[in-house]
Every structure is written in C-alpha cells, then in structure tokens.
Write a protein that binds this ligand. Structure first.
Ligand SMILES: [Zn+2]
Length: 56
C-alpha cells in the first residue's frame, strides 16, 4: 500500500486525516466542497410540484 498524497498540498497523507495530511487541509477541502455546493443553484425538481395534479 502506498501513502496517498494530500489532495490539497501534495504532502503524504496521515492515517488520522487521510486523504489529507492535516486537519487544516481537511478543512480547506471541506470549505471548497461547501462553496461549490452552495454555488450551485437549487434543483427545484427535487421537490413535489403543486401544479401537477395527482390522479386519484
Ligand atoms: Zn495537506
């Protein structure tokens, strides 16, 4: 098994924080992920629409 490189800084990842090398890098990735998630417009189709009557 090879040690994966930290996805943030490229240093060898540690078992405690893998796939990152430290808590800091894990936080950086988390913030990136959250930023990207919130940057994406909400998908309204996931919610049921009241304009479509359901056949009884
Ligand atoms: Zn790192």
């Amino acid at each position: 098994m090879s040690t994966p490189a930290c996805a943030i800084c490229g240093k060898p990842a540690t078992p405690e924080y893998r796939p990152f090398c430290s808590r800091r890098c894990a936080d950086v990735d988390l913030q990136r992920w959250l930023s990207g998630r919130y940057a994406v417009p909400a998908v309204e189709s996931e919610e049921p629409s009241d304009e479509v009557p359901q056949p009884d």
